[in-house]
Design a binder for this molecule. Structure first.
Ligand code: CUA
Length: 357
């Protein structure tokens, strides 16, 4: 028995050392492209060093026992009855508890450092939808530069504000070592500082439907001045274009039912949109202004204003309008319903209740 125990331990320890060394030799991750990638990789190595030896040791003991102590053919005996072993039980509860707690604290510290607010952070709104990512760069006038591909300046901190228009997705940039869920109804955030110019992957890491595997795009990390000229050109195009949301408002017949001074509409079949920014949260305190407007367009029956008919508003706008048109319309109505759609009105829109994150 004693000899078996020594054999088993020696085998287990040797196997642990070899397999842990192998697991550290494997190159698990793609290249690093953010300032915090190194900390994340170190965290991963520490997790390997702590968990692989335990796993290999336990498996060695189990496999050794199965082979060494197997019953001979025809042996039907059940073996000695076993009662508890208090020392062993205390050990196998206490040791994992200490290990898991220590690793959780370490992981929390690394995440906390990654999410530390940094000066000169640029906000980028990330919109998930089956099955593509869309990106918005908020501008001082309240409008946003939109893009289907993600462009970022090198060495500037960026905070992603992540939303979804339908189901749960997960925003993952492996080279930055960041991953954050996009959850219906809330805005999640993720911070990073890209520190390598180049093209990397934006991947959805949550099974979100049939097209999940196609939900992949690119992030282009540009040198500072290249990014400035990219966003500058987009910004100019935005300023030169007529207010696209106002056009959508009239093209799709919104003006036929809803009063909106900014669009020269004075109909009263549906609720007036003037001053909506002031009253929407009394109608539904759970939604932000944008979310309230969006839901009113795509699912009007869920948000009927008292005094108006539930079937007064067609329920098929989510199919008539493209996703980009709905984005534009929501953006425009949020600004126009706060008083005017001119520059500087974004500040007049109060932050939605409970939207502090
Ligand atoms: Cu979106 Cu998977």
């Amino acid at each position: 028995m004693r000899r078996s125990l020594i054999q088993m331990t020696v085998l287990g320890v040797v196997a642990s050392v070899i397999i842990t060394a192998l697991s550290l030799l494997i190159d698990w991750f793609p290249e690093q492209a953010s300032t915090t990638a190194d900390d994340v990789d170190l965290l991963y190595d520490v997790l390997l060093i702590v968990s692989v030896p335990i796993f290999v040791l336990v498996m060695s003991v189990a496999i050794y026992s199965v082979i060494r102590f197997r019953a001979r053919p025809g042996d039907e005996r059940d073996g000695e009855p076993l009662h508890g072993n208090a020392q062993l039980e205390v050990a196998w509860v206490a040791i994992p508890f200490v290990l898991v707690t220590a690793l959780a604290v370490y992981g929390w510290i690394v995440l906390d450092e990654q999410e530390d607010p940094r000066p000169n952070t640029m906000d980028v709104n990330v919109r998930a939808g089956q099955f593509a990512w869309r990106f918005e760069y908020p501008q001082p006038g309240g409008q946003s530069v939109r893009s289907d591909e993600l462009y970022l300046p090198k060495d500037r901190p960026v905070r992603f504000r992540i939303r979804t228009d339908d189901v749960v997705h997960s925003f993952w940039i492996p080279e930055f070592r960041i991953k954050q869920d996009a959850v219906p109804g809330i805005v999640t955030t993720s911070l990073t500082v890209p520190n390598r110019a180049g093209n990397f992957n934006v991947v959805c890491a949550e099974l979100c439907g049939l097209g999940h595997t196609t939900m992949r795009q690119q992030v282009h990390v540009l040198e500072g001045e290249q990014f400035a000229s990219w966003i500058g050109a987009r910004r100019q195009a935005l300023a030169a274009a007529p207010e696209p949301g106002r056009q959508t408002y009239t093209t799709y017949g919104c003006a036929g039912c809803h009063t909106l001074e900014d669009a020269g509409a004075a109909a009263a079949t549906g609720p007036s949109l003037d001053g909506l920014a002031e009253v929407y949260d009394k109608r539904n305190p759970r939604l932000s202004l944008e979310a309230y407007i969006r839901q009113s367009i795509v699912d009007p029956r869920a948000l009927v204003v008292p005094g108006f008919r539930a079937d007064g508003m067609p329920a098929n706008y989510s199919r008539q309008l493209s996703r980009a048109e709905i984005d534009t319309l929501v953006d425009y109505l949020a600004r126009a319903s706060a008083g005017s759609s001119g520059p500087g009105t974004a500040a007049a829109i109060r932050p939605p209740p409970g939207a502090s994150r």
